[in-house]
Every structure is written in structure tokens, then in C-alpha cells.
Design a protein around this ligand. Structure first.
Ligand code: UDP
Ligand code: CA
Length: 308
């Protein structure tokens, strides 16, 4: 992309990465359905804010949020010291429907990135609700994506968890051939240069490919992750440093302390429930924030007349 990289041209013209007219604010996108994931979401947001020097604005997909969560949004933003805006999007009738809730949510994660946000938003960082952030996401905000519209972290390769090597389905067979030497990335956190993504028509490419591939119900089994990885040759993914995504399932314990985010990804060996994982892996920091958020919510209930 080099010389013809539109991002570079804009940077040269004094345009600031991700600016929505508020150059210093970092914009984060996330989504949640169900009370457990809403609980995770609040904790994730708190962990971002604890470690990020810049102001942060969260864009949350409203489609699956409970009425309670929606009603408490302004109060949550005030308590956390951030901006929160809810975005809603109707699944287009021409796009193959998903009957399973989890797959529907995975679809919303990646299929509408070009149309979910106002055009003035030039960059966004997606973070899974079940994530504990330890680094300053401002680094991702300013990161040069090398001309790619999407940045994602490859599954731990430098220091993998030896116990799950056998589950790396992308390391051989169909995926190995299709990737042609490119890494298979984890989709729990990603950076999108929205301007480039929109200009290149990657939203249409994602949706068209999704529609074509899901004609076979067995394809895209990890929808939100398989789709961008599958399309890498046409829509390149910039590989983020591995410290940006640590998860116990795939990474060696030796790299946990230096991790900038921790995802509670599903473990095919143990099938440990998410909440147990959160309490065990998140430790004291997670528990403390969980209690803090619970107190905040209890405050909501004990003062029903207060504007939520
Ligand atoms: N998610 C959700 N409700 C669900 C499943 C998923 O809200 O029932 C959202 C949530 O933001 C979650 C993300 O989708 O972090 C990705 O799913 P998950 O973290 O469960 O996938 P894993 O990390 O286990 O692969
Ligand atoms: Ca996750």
C-alpha cells in the first residue's frame, strides 16, 4: 500500500488518527447480551479507564443490552468518568440470519463496522466484554497499521500454551493452505481504521463473503474470527504485538504478567465456565472492580427516583 496509503496522505494533511473532532479521545466499541456479559462489560470498561491516560468514549451495541443496563448508561458514564453512546443496527433482511444468539452477536461484531458509527469517527478499537485490560489502549489508538484497515493479534506463537497445541486448527489442513503463511488472528480485540475500511468497501466484502460462506452451515464456525482471517489476502490484517492479547487457553503462563489485555477465551480442554475463569484469572483486581460495580448498581436500585 505504501505510497498510495490514504491513511498516510491524511496524516500528512494534519489529520489525527481516529479523530471525531476530539483528537485525544480513544474510541472503544463493545457489545454484550445477558446479565453475565453485561457484568463483564462494566468490568472491562473500568479496566480500560484505569490504565488509559486519554479520555475514552465507549460505543456499545444497544441491540442486546437489557433495559436495566440501558437505563443506567448515563449514571455508569458519570461514575466511570467516560462517555458512553449506544448504537443500534437492524440486521439487513438480505443478510443470512443467525438463529443462535451467540453467532448473531459474533455477526454484529464484524459485519457492520462500516455503518455502525458516524462517518466522523475515523478509528475504533473493539474489545470483547470478557476482557481485562492491563495496558494503555491509547497505544493502539496511535498505532500505525502499516496500511491495513484492521489490526488483530495472532494467537500466541512466540510463547504458546503447549497443552492446547492440538486445538490449533489453523496450523494445518485447509486453513494452513488458505492462510498461505499469514498468521491466524484472535478477534477478541481489534483496531479498525474506519476511514480506510469504508473507502475500500471492506464492509460489503465481509457481508458478501459471509453470505456466500454461510450457505454451508458448517463454515465460519468461529464467525467473527474466521471471516476476517479468511479474507486476509483481500482485506489485510496488520498483526499487533502478541502482548496485546493474552489468553490462558492459547498462551504460555510466562507471558501473562506482561500482557496488555487478558481475554477469558473458551478452553476446549477444561470447558471452564466464564465466571469461574474470570474469578480465577482476574484475581483480586477483577473481584475488586466487580464489587465496586455491584455497589454502583445497588445505588441505582436504592434511589429509584433518581434519574438513571
Ligand atoms: N457475547 C455476549 N453474549 C454471549 C456471547 C458473546 O455478549 O452470549 C459477546 C461478548 O462481548 C463477548 C464476545 O461476544 O466478549 C465474544 O464472545 P466470547 O467472549 O464468549 O468468545 P470467546 O472469547 O470465548 O471465544
Ligand atoms: Ca472473549
Amino acid at each position: 500500500l505504501g505510497a498510495h496509503n490514504p491513511l498516510r496522505a491524511l496524516a500528512d494533511a494534519g489529520w489525527e488518527a481516529g479523530s471525531e473532532g476530539d483528537g485525544d479521545t480513544v474510541h472503544v466499541f463493545s457489545l454484550a447480551s445477558g446479565l453475565l456479559y453485561e457484568r463483564f462489560l462494566r468490568i472491562m470498561m473500568r479496566t480500560v479507564l484505569q490504565r488509559t491516560k486519554s479520555r475514552v468514549k465507549f460505543w456499545l451495541l444497544a441491540n442486546f443490552l437489557s433495559p436495566t443496563f440501558r437505563a443506567a448508561t448515563a449514571r455508569l458514564a458519570a461514575a466511570l468518568g467516560c462517555e458512553i453512546e449506544l448504537v443500534e443496527y437492524a440486521w439487513p433482511p438480505w443478510l443470512r440470519a443467525q438463529t443462535e444468539k451467540q453467532r448473531l452477536i459474533w455477526g454484529f461484531k464484524v459485519l457492520f463496522l462500516d455503518v455502525l458509527f458516524p462517518l466522523s469517527l475515523k478509528r475504533v478499537i473493539y474489545i470483547d466484554a470478557d476482557q481485562i485490560v492491563q495496558g494503555d489502549v491509547g497505544e493502539l489508538w496511535r498505532l500505525d497499521l502499516g496500511g491495513a484497515a484492521v489490526g488483530m493479534t495472532p494467537f500466541c506463537q512466540d510463547a504458546p500454551n503447549e497443552a492446547t497445541m492440538g486445538f490449533r486448527f489453523w496450523a494445518d489442513g485447509y486453513w494452513k493452505g488458505h492462510l498461505g503463511g499469514r498468521p491466524y488472528h484472535i478477534s477478541a480485540l481489534f483496531v479498525v481504521d474506519l476511514e480506510l475500511f469504508r473507502a475500500a468497501g471492506f464492509g460489503d466484502m465481509y457481508r458478501d463473503t459471509y453470505n456466500a460462506l454461510t450457505a454451508d452451515p458448517n463454515s465460519l464456525s468461529n464467525l467473527d474470527q474466521d471471516l476476517p482471517n479468511y479474507l486476509q489476502a483481500a482485506a489485510p490484517i496488520h498483526s499487533l504485538p502478541e502482548a496485546w492479547l493474552w489468553c490462558e487457553t492459547w498462551c504460555s503462563k510466562s507471558t501473562k504478567a506482561a500482557a496488555k489485555t487478558i481475554d477469558l477465551c473458551n478452553n476446549p480442554l477444561t470447558k471452564e465456565p466464564k465466571l469461574d475463569q474470570a474469578q480465577r484469572i482476574g484475581g483480586a483486581r477483577w473481584a475488586e472492580i466487580d464489587a465496586e460495580m455491584e455497589t454502583l448498581l445497588a445505588g441505582d436500585k436504592s434511589s429509584p427516583k433518581e434519574e438513571l
